[in-house]
Design a protein around this ligand. Structure first.
Ligand code: NAD
Length: 328
C-alpha cells in the first residue's frame, strides 16, 4: 500500500516507517521537523518537510495515498499546561485540516496516535476502552478532541479509523540505529539511561508513598517495535473492511518506577542513586492497559519485555549520546 506517515521523523513515526517499509509498503513521511530529525527517516521512504496543516502540500500528496498513520503531534504534558493554544493548534487544528483533505481526496483509512492521557485518572484497572474519558491535562484533552473529530467523520461514513491509545512507550530499533530523541525529554527510561551514563548523577523518583508494592507509581510499558507492529496490523485491518475503533496499546502488565530504575541500572551495569521527590500533581498510582481489544481485533500481541526495551534503548543511547546529532 501507499501510506502517508505524519511525524515520521519523530520517535514512534520513524520506527513505524521502518516497520512499514520492511513489510513492503511505500511510505511518504510528512514531518515539519520542528521536533523531529531528518536522519531518523528511513531512506527508503520519501520525506516531505511540511506541517500536517499545510493544505497545498496535502492536496499534492494525498491523491493515491490509501492510508494515513498520524503520529505527528506535541507530547509534553507540562508544556501543554503552560501553552494550551499551542497544543490545540498542533494536536487539533492542524490535524483537522489533514482530516478535511483526506475526506476530500477519498483517503479512507486513518490510524491515529492517541494516548492513555485521554482517560485521566480511571479507578478500575486494567483500563478498557469503554472507560470514561476525562483527561486532566491539555495534552490529553487535545488528543481526545481530535479523536472526537475522527468519530464524527466515521459516523458520516467518510473514513474508517483506529484510534490507538498508547500507554508508556520505550525501547529503540534493536540495532540501536533509531531511538528516542525528544528535544525536552520527559520519559523515564531515557532519563534513567542518561543518569546511568553520567558518573555521579542521581535520579529523582516523583513520590515514594503511593499505595503500590514499593511505594512508587506503576506504569504499563510497551516496546516501540511492538507498537509499530500494531500500526502495520491496523492498516491491514482497515483495508480488510473492518470498522474503526479506539484501541489501547500496552503490555497489560506494569512495572513500578523503582523496578524500571533497577532494570536500567542492571542493563547499564552501574548504580543509579535514587532520591524520592514530591509526588507530581495528577499522577495516578497505577495505569495499566487492558490490551484485549488489540489482541482480539488485530490479532496482535506484545513480544518484547522490559529488559529488551531497556537493552535496546541503552544500545541507542550509548551509540547516540547526543541523539541524531551524534552522527554529525
Ligand atoms: N512517546 C510516547 O511515549 C507517547 C505516548 C502516548 C502517545 N504518544 C503520541 O505518539 C505520537 C508520536 O510521539 P513521539 O514520541 O514519536 O513524538 P516525537 O516528538 O518524537 O515525534 C513527533 C513528530 O511530529 C512532528 N510534528 C509535530 N507537529 C507537527 C505538525 N503539525 N506537522 C508535521 N509534523 C509535526 C515533529 O517534528 C516530530 O518529528 C504523538 O502524537 C504523541 O502524542 C506518544
Amino acid at each position: 500500500m501507499r501510506i502517508l506517515v505524519t511525524g515520521g521523523a519523530g520517535y514512534i513515526g520513524s520506527i513505524t516507517t521502518r516497520v512499514l517499509v520492511e513489510a513492503g509498503h511505500e511510505v511518504v513521511v510528512v514531518d515539519s521537523l520542528e521536533r523531529g530529525h531528518r536522519r531518523a527517516v528511513d531512506p527508503r521512504a520519501t520525506l516531505v518537510v511540511a506541517s500536517v496543516g499545510d493544505r497545498e502540500v496535502l492536496d499534492s500528496l494525498l491523491p493515491g495515498i490509501e492510508a494515513v498513520i498520524h503520529c505527528a503531534g506535541y507530547i509534553d504534558v507540562a508544556e501543554s499546561h503552560d501553552d494550551p493554544d499551542l497544543y490545540y493548534r498542533k494536536n487539533l487544528a492542524e490535524p483537522s485540516m489533514m482530516l478535511d483533505r483526506m475526506t476530500t481526496h477519498g483517503v479512507r483509512y486513518l490510524v491515529f496516535s492517541s494516548t492513555a492521557a485521554v482517560y485521566g485518572q480511571p479507578e478500575r484497572m486494567p483500563i478498557t476502552e469503554d472507560a470514561e474519558t476525562r483527561p486532566i491535562n491539555t495534552y490529553g484533552a487535545s488528543k481526545l478532541a481530535f479523536e472526537r473529530m475522527i468519530v464524527l467523520a466515521e459516523n458520516a461514513g467518510l473514513i474508517s479509523a483506529v484510534r490507538f491509545r498508547y500507554f508508556n512507550v520505550a525501547g529503540a530499533w534493536p540495532d540501536g540505529s533509531l531511538g528516542e530523541a525528544h528535544p525536552t525529554e520527559t520519559h523515564i527510561v531515557p532519563l534513567l539511561l542518561k543518569a546511568a551514563a553520567e558518573p555521579g548523577a542521581r535520579f529523582t523518583i516523583n513520590g515514594g508513598d503511593y499505595p503500590t508494592a514499593d511505594g512508587t507509581c506503576v506504569r504499563d510499558y510497551l516496546h516501540v517495535v511492538d507498537l509499530a507492529g500494531a500500526h502495520l496490523r491496523a492498516v491491514e485491518y482497515l483495508a480488510e473492511g473492518c470498522g474503526g475503533m479506539a484501541c489501547n496499546l500496552g503490555s497489560g502488565g506494569g512495572y513500578s518506577n523503582l523496578e524500571v530504575a533497577q532494570m536500567c541500572a542492571e542493563v547499564a551495569g552501574v548504580k543509579i542513586p535514587i532520591i524520592y521527590g514530591e509526588r507530581r500533581q495528577g499522577d495516578p498510582a497505577m495505569l495499566i492497559a487492558s490490551n484485549g481489544q488489540a489482541r482480539s481485533a488485530l490479532g496482535w500481541e506484545p513480544r518484547r519485555d522490559l529488559r529488551t526495551m531497556v537493552e535496546d534503548a541503552w544500545r541507542w543511547h550509548t551509540t547516540h549520546p547526543e541523539g541524531y546529532a551524534t552522527e554529525g
